[in-house]
Write a protein that binds this ligand. Structure first.
Ligand SMILES: [Zn+2]
Length: 431
């Protein structure tokens, strides 16, 4: 009698081996997701060599740039038949935010594929999906014999999640970038819970605001004017009113969240410490509060600065302030950092039609509530859109149990095939 058990085990092992050796788009995506590129110690070397091997297999040119030691930036190139035309750049970042494994149903770097097609991984949405979709789309276009007119570049940059200072910012300022003659950029966007793809034409600029009040200290029992706490609380009241005025516009539906100026308190520091907490019968001589401010490109930064100086932290109330501006708010020509989404931007209709040709639809262009590397490209005056083709997907970037469905991922590849072929075939008036 044959040893059925042994036979069964052999089949099982064969099945397992075949699956582990699989070379499908989903298998390649999962392999890329398994590199732990989370801060504070992202592994950049291994995903870069993986991407390099993929680029070699597809037949793309490659270059690894290193503006800061151990922070590689991979640049892949598919030369166009007319290299004199401005090129296209498809950007994504290599790194991801950390994950707390205990809060996940599958380990965050396992890229577990569930029977219903969900791929769980930190970075599945932000933004390792687009990183691999760019490559898969080019792989398919090459297989179909397509040749681009314009040169297509793909960049994989480090450190986006910690501000991009050693990644995109240095890249965009480099001679290497200048030489690419980039005419249009696509970078990451966000998932859409509905049927339409979202597209982002601007980021909000993050500011940190610290306001400090000082005043005469006094006994806790005394009522007197101009105490530090009193002055700080007056400011908090004024800022809260402003916050409400902005939030009301959102609540009434007149604007989207990212289209208004947000200001949120993030810390309060005051009081005289005692061994058991705080001295309760003393009014302190100093008090301070911190705020996170986000400015859409439509806001006038000078007006906000004036408001801070005159109303939020006025010297007349013994107040001082510190403003930490993170990143640019205007481009090199002084224009607001936003990409036009109308006919005056020649790339826009080409992009829009490419989405439609792939059977998709774009929702109303939005401002991104947070900040991405795209701002550095826009600062150079280059039109740049944020776009990650994920529909009917919960927005899980930076969240626990980040996942993307296999079908959504595969559909995204088709969308990029249309986008890359249309944009790279676009002949005219791009300057
Ligand atoms: Zn991202």
């Amino acid at each position: 009698m044959p040893n059925l058990r042994l036979l069964f085990i052999s089949f099982f092992l064969l099945f397992f081996w075949v699956h582990s050796q699989e070379d499908t788009p989903i298998a390649r995506f999962r392999r890329y997701l398994q590199f732990n590129t989370a801060h504070p110690n992202p592994n950049y070397a291994d995903p870069v060599s993986f991407l390099l091997s993929q680029a070699n297999a597809i037949g793309l040119k490659s270059r690894t740039l290193e503006f800061v030691p151990s922070k590689p930036l991979l640049l892949l190139t598919w030369p166009g038949s007319d290299p004199s035309l401005p090129s296209l750049l498809f950007n994504s970042h290599l790194d991801s935010v950390p994950a707390e494994p205990s809060k996940w149903i599958h380990p965050p770097f396992s890229a577990t594929l569930t029977p219903d097609g969900k791929i769980y991984a930190r970075g599945a949405q932000d933004d390792k999906c687009i990183a691999m979709q760019y490559l898969e789309a080019i792989r398919n276009l090459k297989a179909k014999g397509f040749t681009p007119l314009r040169t297509v570049h793909i960049s994989y940059v480090p450190d986006e999640e910690i501000g991009g200072v050693d990644g995109s910012e240095k890249f965009v300022q480099s001679k290497e970038f200048e030489d690419l003659n980039v005419g249009f950029v696509l970078d990451e966007g966000q998932a859409s819970t509905g049927d339409e793809f979202r597209v982002f034409y601007a980021d909000r600029s993050p500011w940190g605001l610290i306001i400090k009040a000082s005043g005469a200290p006094g006994h806790g029992s005394r009522m007197y004017d101009n105490g530090a706490m009193e002055n700080l609380m007056k400011s908090v009241e004024v800022i809260t009113k402003f916050r409400e005025s902005q939030f009301d516009v959102v609540k009434s539906g007149e604007a989207m969240n990212a289209e208004v100026i947000s200001v949120n308190p993030v810390y309060l520091k005051a009081g005289t410490p005692s061994p058991t907490g705080f001295v309760m019968n003393m009014q302190p001589s100093e008090a301070e509060a911190g705020f996170d401010l986000r400015l859409p490109p439509t806001a006038d930064p000078d007006l906000i600065k004036k408001r801070i100086a005159q109303e939020w932290a006025p010297a007349t109330r013994n107040m001082t302030y510190k403003l930490i501006q993170k990143g640019p708010i205007r481009d090199y020509q002084g224009r607001p950092l936003m990409t036009l989404t109308n006919e005056s931007n020649p790339w826009w209709p080409v992009f829009k039609q490419a989405i439609e040709a792939a059977g998709g639809k774009l929702s109303r262009p939005e401002i991104l509530a947070s900040t991405t590397d795209t701002r550095f490209m826009r600062q150079r005056g280059i039109p740049a859109l944020g776009f990650s083709p994920m529909t009917n997907t919960p927005i899980l970037l930076h969240d626990h149990n980040e996942f993307l469905k296999d079908t959504v991922y595969l559909r995204g590849i088709e969308v990029y095939e249309s986008v890359i072929s249309s944009l790279s075939s676009f002949k005219g008036e791009s300057n």
